[in-house]
Design a protein around this ligand. Structure first.
Ligand SMILES: Nc1ncnc2c1ncn2[C@@H]1O[C@H](COP(=O)(O)OP(=O)(O)OP(=O)(O)O)[C@@H](O)[C@H]1O
Ligand SMILES: N[C@@H](CCO)C(=O)O
Length: 321
């Protein structure tokens, strides 16, 4: 479970003494997630999530993420608003680690999204892109196309261990992606991890987005590519064109794509699959046996890479109305 940091009653009291949230009524660790430690906190004033930031999040980047979350909440995008303490600060320290309190966002994520969920998720993503317009914070995508080859350089043995011959296939993919990676597409704030576990629904209606800790400035269509991979593959590894069509239709009901963005979707989806394959591969080798957090399966994304390599038109079929 993703609670890497224990918090004592005294530490919770110390944290809350800086806020006007009343006395704590309940406090418990949340099992979901792999990146940070999350706790559900109920006080006399309401429900909150306390996040203690762990390995991947750099302290100096937190103001960007938290300011973005504040901006989105202020611009009526359904996401978790960070809570300021009495001094006006959002960023806290718990056990020497950076931490923040955010409002509890109602809703549930879905494990097996259907086509209607995909449509709603597409709408939610376009709304996120539109609501971010005017936000002046900026952060480069440190897991963007330029980062993949250097990352893979240290993972070739791990790839061979996963599947003999895989390192050469990935090298060829990386060369192709470097040659074909689109430039000049409309860019802005992207979520960059818009997976079903980060999107909440009430029934089949989109209810909000969490987990902005990979957000950065990149091509907006790259976010759609991440989402197509994360939402529109079936458990048997096949790409669900109906779900993809619904996701794109939902997205375009708020923000129509340009011809260049639509044409770039196959290579963007191939690249987005590479990004998650590589980070999963890195985590796979780095997670000790018996750890509480189960690393995510890199082979799931190796299979998605193969689909984009062998049938790039599939994504475009989803893009045709
Ligand atoms: N604002 C919120 N409101 C309600 N629940 C939340 C909120 N933020 C987080 N959660 C709960 O905590 C869980 C983990 O949160 P989150 O996805 O941010 O963690 P993470 O470790 O960064 O995960 P990931 O593996 O997706 O990067 C979510 O699945 C959700 O159940
Ligand atoms: N969404 C990521 C993990 C958390 O960032 C993945 O599925 O690999």
């Amino acid at each position: 479970m993703a609670v890497y940091t224990d918090i004592t009653d005294q530490e919770l009291q110390d944290l809350l003494s800086g806020f006007d949230l009343g006395a704590p009524l309940a406090f418990k660790g949340i099992a979901e997630g792999v990146e940070n430690s999350n706790f559900l906190l109920e006080t006399e004033k309401g429900r909150y999530i306390l996040t203690v930031y762990e390995k991947r999040v750099r302290r100096e980047e937190l103001p960007f993420f938290l300011d973005l979350m504040m901006w989105l909440a202020d611009h009526h995008y359904p996401s978790a608003a960070p809570i300021r303490d009495r001094r006006g600060d959002i960023l806290q320290t718990v056990r020497g680690k950076p931490a923040a309190l955010v409002a509890f966002l109602p809703g549930l994520s879905v494990r097996r999204p259907n086509a209607q969920h995909c449509r709603e998720a597409g709408e939610g993503l376009a709304r996120l892109h539109l609501a971010s317009e005017g936000f002046t914070g900026t952060r480069a995508n440190d897991l963007g196309q330029g980062a993949w080859a250097p990352l893979f350089a240290g993972l070739k043995d791990a790839a061979e261990g996963l599947k003999p011959g895989l390192a050469a296939t990935i090298d060829a993919d990386l060369a192709l992606l470097a040659a074909k990676w689109p430039k000049g597409l409309p860019s802005g704030i992207v979520h960059a991890d818009y997976f079903p576990d980060n999107v909440f629904f009430q029934g089949e209606k989109f209810a909000g987005t969490i987990d902005f800790y990979f957000a950065c400035v990149d091509a907006l269509a790259y976010d759609i590519a991440v989402a197509l991979n994360a939402w529109c593959f079936e458990p048997d590894g096949s790409f669900n064109i109906t779900s993809a069509r619904q996701m794109l239709a939902g997205y375009e009901s708020y923000r129509p794509l340009s011809d260049a963005e639509r044409a770039a979707l196959p290579v963007l989806a191939h690249g987005a699959a590479m990004r998650f394959f590589l980070t999963r591969l890195a985590d796979w080798g780095a997670t000790p046996a018996g750890a509480l957090v189960r690393p995510k399966d890199p082979l799931e994304y190796e299979r998605k890479l193969a689909v984009h390599r062998e049938a790039p038109d599939l994504v475009l079929m989803g893009a045709r109305a």
